[in-house]
Design a protein around this ligand. Structure first.
Ligand SMILES: Cc1ncc(COP(=O)(O)O)c(C=O)c1O
Length: 394
């Protein structure tokens, strides 16, 4: 009797709990007992949210902008997002009806997959990947088909593999550019080929571009929205968590051709009704202040310095190999020459040196010997944590 009461729904049993969240909980717990823990786990900038956004949000709260918003979102923020996408890609998404604000990009991904996937549909996911994609696809009753990208190829897109894995049941391709966890920034020519294939096979492209502004060494993250012929099969996902150091605010969005929107809005309305109103209003007003962009530019310069430092320190590790990232704030490291797999390496490193890294095994097949390091933490942490890793890997 009791068992039935708390029996997890079958659809949820298809998904695995997030090992990153579990690890982060373990690290928080350890921090209660030890004051020297260094964590390279979280995909979250350590910076404060830019001052104008905080100031304007307090103002919105004080002026009682605290009621339900439209499920689409607050018009001022929708307009800014529409203008920004158009400026960047040349593609126009109408602020009235082609953009929807969500509680983080996470809710956007959730809304898109639950709105369009049916049992038996197949979704192509490039791996290693953000683990949310696979688990949500599974919860929808659909099949997550991994398209394994290669370490030796710096995790660039493999269009031939996409062609090989496409079947009659393939419904969508999920793309994450720049990529968490590989840091890959895809070539425009490869993206074009992927789009041509999607057109030929009548597939949706779900493009998660949450790291689009965080790129290095002169790289440009090319948006699929910049291909004018793709709008009718593209669903664009983005958000403010990473670029604006706003992970805890939970503001993201979906932009898509109007024909997708009724379904997306239906799902979103029953999930959350709307993202918090005063956060949307404050964000819109804060984005209009030029100090916000200056703060973002400083954060990206700082990420670039941290990346350089982390790569230099990793290059001094005889038993570690890394894949050079050109976007986001993660580095994948192959630990096989230490004689440990990624899980053993991360468990022992945490136990012996109090440094937390994420084993990449859940991010895709063939990632057993890989760990992920996030360099979104302070330079002091990077220096200290990597010094300990240098000693540990010998
Ligand atoms: C690729 C990718 N997409 C989406 C998200 C979710 O972002 P948000 O905080 O806006 O929900 C993350 C967060 O780590 C991510 O790495």
């Amino acid at each position: 009797m009791t068992g039935r009461i708390c029996q997890e729904a079958e659809r949820l049993r298809l998904a695995a709990p997030s090992p990153i969240r579990d690890l982060m909980d373990e690290v928080s717990n350890m921090k209660k007992w030890y004051d020297d823990i260094v964590s390279f786990c979280a995909g979250e900038p350590d910076f404060p949210t830019p001052e104008p956004i905080k100031r304007e949000t307090i103002r919105a709260l004080e002026s009682n902008d605290t009621h339900y918003a439209s499920s689409y979102g607050v018009p001022a923020l929708l307009k800014i997002i529409s203008e920004r996408i158009e400026r960047k890609t040349g593609c126009r998404y109408d602020s009235a009806g082609e953009i929807m604000i969500t509680c983080g990009a996470a809710e956007a991904i959730n809304n898109v997959l639950f709105s369009f996937l049916d049992t038996g549909d197949e979704v192509l996911i490039f791996t290693p990947a953000f683990i949310t994609y696979k688990n949500l696809v599974l919860m929808c009753g659909a099949k997550a088909v991994e398209v394994p990208l290669k370490w030796n190829d710096n995790y660039m897109l493999d269009i031939e593999m996409v062609k090989k894995l496409t079947t009659e049941r393939t419904r969508a391709i999920i793309l994450n550019n720049p990529c968490n966890p590989t840091g890959a920034v895809f070539e425009e020519s490869d993206l074009r080929k992927l789009c041509d294939w999607a057109k030929e096979k009548n597939l949706i492209i779900i493009s998660d571009e949450i790291y689009a502004d965080i790129v290095y060494d002169g790289k440009k993250a090319y948006s699929i929205a910049a291909f004018p012929d793709m709008k009718d099969r593209l669903i664009l996902i983005n958000g403010f968590s990473k670029t604006y150091a706003m992970t805890g605010w939970r503001i993201g969005y979906v932009a898509a051709d109007r024909k997708f929107m009724d379904s997306l809005l239906k799902f979103h309305t029953y999930c959350t009704t709307c993202a918090p109103t005063f956060l949307q209003s404050g964000l819109a007003a804060g984005l209009a202040d030029e100090e916000t962009q200056k703060a973002v530019d400083r954060m990206i310069e700082t990420f670039a310095r941290r990346r350089k430092m982390a790569l230099r320190m990793l290059s001094e590790c005889r038993n570690l190999r890394y894949s050079v990232p050109y976007g986001a704030f993660y580095i994948l490291v192959d630990v096989s020459e230490t004689g440990m797999n990624g899980k053993e390496f991360s468990e022992n490193l945490l136990k012996e040196k109090h440094v937390a890294v994420v084993p990449a095994s859940a991010m895709g097949a063939g990632c057993e010997s890989i760990i992920r390091i996030s360099y979104a933490c302070s330079s002091e942490m990077i220096k200290e944590g990597l010094s300990r890793i240098q000693i540990f890997q010998k």
